[in-house]
Design a protein around this ligand. Structure first.
Ligand code: CIR
Length: 251
């Protein structure tokens, strides 16, 4: 959770057509920009140098830049994305990543970055609607060569990605929804208060934990547990099932 850089993607006008499991109305582009800029400013204030990539109108969900690729100290992996309207996104981040790390493309199957939780030498990966066994086998072949163990997680109902339901708070602590608690039996698990499960997609960035605004009991739980919590409005990304982790690739 110590990061010096992050890649972000400016929201495109087409973000109003972004994917969503349940339609609660289109996001407002103007508000999306404002919330995105506030998020970027918080990352900067946490000591992260941010790189904002230009908007891509061909890819409505491209603002959720965490999904097409991931970065480990050893290199980046360019995923293959299962959602047809996102399939071209991995190619759009290749060049930016190559400036910092060697890039290895996934050969088979599908993985979305939102399904990957790196906790250290152990990497958890959700088997979701977006991430399949073939994808994890292909990813496992890459990361095992770098010394990581990849652990597949069967997903509880109703979560888009693994990290829709959990977040790493420090090397030994994970914030998680109740159904994922067992998965993290090697960790201290802070369970989301009932009714605030949507707050699970928090991010630890250097000294702070960033949480979406509007979840007072989760905020209190984290503060009582000793974390320096910052909150930020995520109303527009949330309309498209997006959370804090999705808006950047941190490394
Ligand atoms: C999608 O359905 O792909 C986007 N509307 C939301 C992606 C959220 N990404 C994430 O949780 N990592």
């Amino acid at each position: 959770y110590r990061f010096s850089r992050a890649l972000l993607r400016e929201p495109a006008a087409s973000v109003v057509c972004g994917l969503r499991a349940v339609d609660r109305g289109d996001p407002s582009l103007e508000l999306f920009h404002l919330e995105h800029a506030a998020y970027r400013a918080i990352l900067e204030s946490a000591g992260v140098e941010t790189h904002l990539l230009p908007a891509l109108s061909d890819w409505p969900d491209s603002v959720f830049i965490e999904d097409p690729a991931m970065v480990l100290p050893e290199g980046a992996i360019l995923f293959r994305m299962a959602a047809p309207s996102r399939a071209g996104e991995p190619d759009t981040v290749r060049e930016a990543l190559q400036k910092f790390v060697p890039v290895t493309p996934l050969e088979n199957g599908h993985v979305d970055g939102g399904d990957i939780l790196v906790t250290g030498p152990k990497i958890f990966a959700g088997l979701s609607k977006r991430t399949d066994k073939e994808g994890l086998d292909a990813m496992g072949a890459i990361v095992s060569g770098w010394g990581y163990e990849l652990v597949g997680v069967d997903m509880p109902e109703g979560l888009l990605h693994l990290k829709t339901g959990c977040a790493l708070l420090d090397e030994e602590t994970i914030l998680a929804v109740e159904p994922l608690k067992e998965t993290f039996s090697d960790f201290r698990v802070l369970t989301l208060p009932e009714g605030e499960e949507a707050a699970a997609n928090a991010i630890r960035v250097n000294d702070i934990v960033l949480l979406a605004a509007g979840y007072p009991r989760t905020e209190e739980l984290l503060r009582r547990s000793g974390y320096d919590v910052r909150t930020t409005k995520m109303s527009q990304a949330q309309l498209l099932d997006g959370g804090l982790s999705c808006l950047s690739i941190r490394f």
